[in-house]
Design a protein around this ligand. Structure first.
Ligand code: ADP
Ligand code: MG
Length: 361
């Protein structure tokens, strides 16, 4: 039985459709990231799971039991949301103590509160009231409050958005560590930052435009995206998309390069887009055979441990990841070799995947 399940969950605000039929089921103890651009419906989904917002349609289940009608306090969820404020009359220490009152002895509460103060670097501000905290400090207190007990479902909505980069990477590792210590808590972590989602989650849900796009491990989303949106959203530099036509002997791309190592397994689409990640392309010197794409270097950006090379080709501009030794310069003519076993084929018209080489894994 799944610990948290959404069945066709929908949210309307008047004429605005914020969430349009979202479905997923998580395992007990799973860490799920909910990833998507701003405005795609992530926070609305979270507020419905928490019970802070009524669903317009569909069902939310905890351990197989429908919770649509349960008020937030009866759902055993803990949350850190921007909109869910700390208690302003109480000090940081009292804000942290509150969720534990009546559950643990005073000595246990003290130990737990002090541990959280250490983990989230709050020891210096324990006697302050929320009005006297910076944005980043308030966020760390909210997180500590959410993580201080073991809820059934832990909901974190962009919980690190006000922290500087260094602290963000430190604190996110502590969040994951604390999640792993809980026995069966399911965590849903909202972010628009793919790096955060990739670093933290067992599985990632990608949302766009109020709709669920795909749920999968990083490997699944990376190598087998279900549509153009997911392919293009994950990865920096992003996946290259190449317009192409399916033919009997393979796939022809502009400039008359014929790729015959790609084997779409289904679908009838003739006009396709080939999804090629920058690291699935190798740059060779000019003068290569018919399976390579001729190109001209536009810019070679050295990034310390790698080079991001922008190359003009008859099939459009492409980004290629080369190692840090690559010394190609502007105007150099080159050949691009695509690892055809990894290419993902999308239907140009619908955006849906039409096939991928079964060897790709
Ligand atoms: P995200 O968290 O992914 O940025 P939200 O769930 O906050 O997205 O918002 C999804 C959509 O619903 C947006 O178009 C937003 O403007 C709209 N929306 C969110 N909350 C409300 C509300 N209380 N009233 C009206 N529209 C809302
Ligand atoms: Mg939001």
């Amino acid at each position: 039985m799944s610990s948290l399940e959404l069945r066709n969950v929908t949210k309307h605000y008047g004429p605005v459709v914020a969430v349009d039929g979202v479905n997923f089921a998580s395992e007990s103890g799973e860490f799920i990231a909910l990833l998507g651009p701003s405005g795609c419906g992530k926070s609305s989904t979270m507020r419905m799971i928490a019970g802070l917002e009524k669903v317009s349609g569909g069902e939310i289940l905890f351990n197989g039991e429908r919770v649509n009608e349960l008020p937030p306090r009866d759902r055993n969820v803990a949350l850190a949301f921007e909109s869910y404020a700390l208690y302003s009359p109480l000090t940081v220490r009292d804000n942290l103590t509150l969720p534990l009152r009546g559950h643990l002895s005073d000595t246990e509460i003290d130990a737990r509160v002090n541990e959280m103060a250490n983990r989230f670097e709050l020891s210096d501000i324990m006697d302050r009231k929320p009005a006297h905290l910076s944005g980043g400090q308030s966020q760390r207190v909210s997180l500590a409050r959410a993580l201080i007990r073991e809820p059934r479902v832990l909901l974190l909505d962009e919980p690190l958005s006000h922290l500087d980069h260094r602290l963000r990477t430190v604190i996110r590792a502590r969040i994951r560590h604390m999640h792993d210590r809980m026995r069966s808590t399911t965590t849903v972590y909202v972010t628009h930052d793919q790096e955060e989602a990739i670093a933290l989650a067992d599985r990632i849900i990608v949302m766009n435009d109020a709709t669920f796009q795909q749920i999968g491990t990083v490997d699944e989303l990376w190598n087998r995206p279900k549509n153009l949106f997911v392919g293009g959203f994950l990865g920096d530099p992003a996946m290259n998309f190449i317009d192409a036509e399916r033919q009997d002997g393979g796939i022809r791309i502009q400039g008359d390069t014929l790729l015959n190592g790609i084997n779409p397994v289904c679908g009838q689409a003739k006009s396709v887009a080939l999804g090629v990640r920058p690291d699935w392309i190798t740059i060779g010197p000019d003068g290569a055979d018919g399976a390579a794409l001729p190109g001209r270097v536009i810019v070679n950006e050295f990034q310390g441990d790698r080079c991001v090379v922008t190359v003009d080709t008859p099939a459009g501009q492409m980004k290629v990841l080369a190692d840090e030794m690559y010394d190609g310069a502007r105007e150099d003519t080159v050949s691009l070799y695509i690892d055809q076993s990894r290419v993902v084929v999308f239907d140009r018209a619908s955006g849906a995947v039409v096939g991928e080489n079964p060897a790709a894994n």
